[in-house]
Write a protein that binds this ligand. Structure first.
Ligand SMILES: *Cc1c(COP(=O)(O)O)cnc(C)c1O
Length: 432
């Protein structure tokens, strides 16, 4: 498409957008009297207007029924989590029995590693990303230590090559092949939180299986953002949070995926609690853990219904729209953002030229290929500091700043518009 950096053009794209009415289904923050340009759906997705009613339903049923709500609430709490199996399976490309919603993300990552990182003297290494999200780094470090191994030796961190910003898939695969029979597990973010790069999960999983290792992904920045086919790719395990692209509220519940073949293996080691025990005999309260033959076997506690109600409000919207339409709009939105950034960049080159100093410039470090990125566009603002971020914030533009000079923006298809992006470009240009 031939994009134009004009308000009329952005408005025309909004007019043609089949998802345009969804913006009205969300609360757009108004700060200091200005309706914000909100680009941090990758950090905390906005609140659906329906969320309050979903939570209220449970509060009312709790008031009305007390403990009887477990069976008599409109959405009985005993099986509340079961409502997520179908719609979440569609979002991550899994079978309904392969997913469950429970706990929080890092908790789930640790629980999955209990099952899928079973190091032996010969096979104890983990391939991961260098500079992974800190929570994941800490989880891996302590899993290795708790098993009696040395993280320095056991963790194989794959980094971008010298002078490059993103990690090559082939370098993950090379690291996996080199580790060979010493590799226990691969655990990387499906979408890198910093650059927005999407990794080739299918190829990485195949490589891990070739050497006899398990392969899992942290999908915090992937769920609800990119196309996932966890089952077809034969991924062993995955987890994600619901508060980023999935709009389910701060600290909201997390989801996990466990491949069918592991769900059927009742011998697989795991931490356990009563909610993972066979449903039919759960209330006999007998000795001896009998895991369900689904991802639910990893549940330990009964469902946190109030946070799950917020999740359900958002998931119902996803189910109504479907990932296909979201992906289609997402590609146009981020391409438009790239176009605007490139346009401002050429403006910078012509207006800020000085022979002695390095030109200030904006460098997009997110891959431009649609298959290698989702909503997020990460930009290095060469020659600028945090002051730029503060100036944007003053004008009502909410972005995410990472030291020393990276701006992360994620226009999301459910509530961002092409006009948001056009306006952002104007504000950015006037503050450079
Ligand atoms: C957001 C994010 C987290 C956050 O973990 P919580 O347990 O939800 O606090 C962890 N890992 C990655 C990769 C993330 O992007």
């Amino acid at each position: 498409m031939n994009y134009q950096n004009t308000l009329a053009f952005a408005q025309q794209l909004d007019e043609q957008d089949e998802l345009k009415n969804y913006r009205n289904k969300f609360h757009i923050p108004v700060i200091n009297g200005i309706e914000t340009l909100y680009f941090t759906g990758n950090s905390l997705g906005l609140q659906p207007k329906s969320t309050a009613a979903y939570i209220n339903q449970e509060l009312e049923d709790w008031a009305k029924w007390g403990v009887e709500g477990h069976f008599h609430a409109k959405n009985p709490w005993f099986s509340y989590h079961e409502q997520f199996a179908e719609p979440i399976a569609k979002i991550v490309g899994a079978l309904p029995k392969e997913v469950v919603v429970m706990n929080n993300l890092t908790v789930n990552l640790n629980l999955l590693l209990v099952s899928f990182y079973r190091p032996t003297k010969q096979r104890y290494k983990i391939v991961c990303e260098a500079k992974a999200f800190p929570s994941d780094q800490y989880a891996l470090e302590m899993q290795v230590r708790s098993a009696g191994f040395n993280p320095e030796e056991a963790l194989i961190e794959v980094a971008p090559r010298e002078g490059e910003r993103t990690i090559r898939n082939e370098d993950f695969i090379k690291a996996i092949e080199e580790a060979g029979s010493s590799l226990a597990c691969v655990m990387i973010g499906g979408v890198n939180y910093f650059t927005g790069q999407v990794f080739d999960m299918k190829a990485i999983t195949e490589a891990a299986h070739q050497v006899g290792a398990y392969c899992g992904f942290d999908l915090a920045h992937a769920a609800g953002n990119i196309e996932l086919k966890l089952h077809d790719w034969k991924v062993d395990f995955a987890c994600w949070c619901s508060y980023k692209y999935l709009n389910s509220g701060p600290g909201g519940v997390s989801g996990i995926y466990v491949n069918e073949k592991h769900c059927n293996n009742t011998e697989l080691p795991r931490f356990a609690g009563w909610w993972g025990h066979e449903k039919e005999t759960r209330f006999l309260m007998e000795k001896g853990f009998k895991p369900m033959k689904s991802a639910e076997a990893w549940q330990m506690s009964n469902a946190p219904v109030l946070t799950m109600a917020a999740h359900k409000a958002a998931v119902d919207i996803f189910d109504e729209v479907g990932m296909e339409k979201l992906l289609k709009k997402q590609r146009l939105l981020s391409s438009y953002l790239e176009f605007i950034i490139d346009d401002i960049n050429s403006y910078l080159t012509t207006h800020h030229s000085s022979p002695n100093t390095q030109h200030p410039s904006l460098e997009i470090i997110t891959p431009r290929n649609w298959n290698e990125r989702g909503c997020q566009v990460s930009i290095v603002a060469h020659g600028y500091g945090k002051n730029l971020f503060n100036k944007l914030l003053d004008k009502g533009v909410i972005t995410d700043w990472r030291e020393p000079n990276v701006i992360r923006l994620a226009p999301v298809p459910l509530y961002n518009s092409f006009t948001d992006i056009y306006k952002f470009g104007e504000i950015l240009k006037n503050n450079l």
